[in-house]
Design a protein around this ligand. Structure first.
Ligand code: HPA
Ligand code: MG
Length: 233
């Protein structure tokens, strides 16, 4: 039995079924000023952390032999990014990947970069994206890149980002997304490391927002109609 037999076999996303009724808000600690705008808890924060721990393990096993650049897609990706990297670093400290010391010193380096994406419609009404917040995407040339995203919805943004990044010649690109929504509008894109596969509902919390509200909420929740009205733009 080979100890590395699980290599490159990523753990499956946890599927939250369409008919899942969620957990009562009263069962958790949620700031009272937020509770009245929420319907229920879809995924408790502790569950999210447990899943991130396993995703960190999958990624650490795949990437331990080479340095990589973790590319955080702001703003929604920032909490997941922080939690994920903290857990990968912990695994590296424990050296669960059984690397020889010479290899490990060079290999287990994690660089970080942060980007924000702006979508815009051009005159042909085909949408496009603009990457801001990074000095130059040239810094990704020859690097192993791990894109860290909060949620994949239609998949269109991610496909466009991947096409753009490929033009800068990274050595490899992998994508991790904490949530993947099941939507009929999906273009079929699936990330290498997916946390939770969730119903086609608008979710907030875990750094996902509704017009910049609810990012701080530490559980993934569904808004109620009062919340939708109150914070609509
Ligand atoms: N919530 C917040 N942001 C999002 C969502 C969502 O359900 N889907 C895509 N971006
Ligand atoms: Mg996002």
């Amino acid at each position: 039995m080979n100890g590395n037999s699980h290599k490159n076999k990523n753990s499956p996303a946890i599927v939250i079924p369409d008919d899942f009724e969620g957990h009562p808000l009263e069962s958790f600690c949620i700031a009272p000023n937020l509770t009245k705008f929420l319907q229920y808890v879809l995924i408790p924060g502790g569950f999210v952390q447990d899943r991130i721990e396993r995703m960190a393990c999958d990624i650490a096993v795949d990437l331990a032999n080479e340095p990589f650049t973790a590319l955080c897609v702001l703003k929604g990706g920032y909490l997941f990014f922080n939690d994920l990297l903290e857990k990968i670093r912990r695994l590296y400290r424990y050296r669960v990947m059984d690397l020889s010391e010479e290899v490990a010193d060079e290999a287990q380096q994690i660089r970080v970069e942060f980007i924000r994406l702006k979508s815009y419609e051009n005159e042909q009404s085909t949408s496009n994206i603009q990457v801001i917040g990074i000095e130059s995407l040239e810094s990704l040339r020859g690097k192993n890149v791990l894109i860290v995203e909060d949620i994949i919805d239609t998949g269109r943004t991610m496909v466009k980002l991947l096409n753009l990044l490929k033009q800068f010649g990274p050595k490899s690109i992998r994508v991790t997304s904490l949530f993947v929504k099941r939507t009929p509008l999906s273009n079929g894109y699936v990330p290498e490391y997916a946390g939770f596969n969730i119903p086609n509902k608008f979710v907030v919390g875990c750094s996902l927002d509704y017009n910049e509200h609810f990012r701080d909420l530490n559980h993934l929740c569904i808004l109620n109609s009062l919340g939708k009205d109150r914070f609509s733009q």
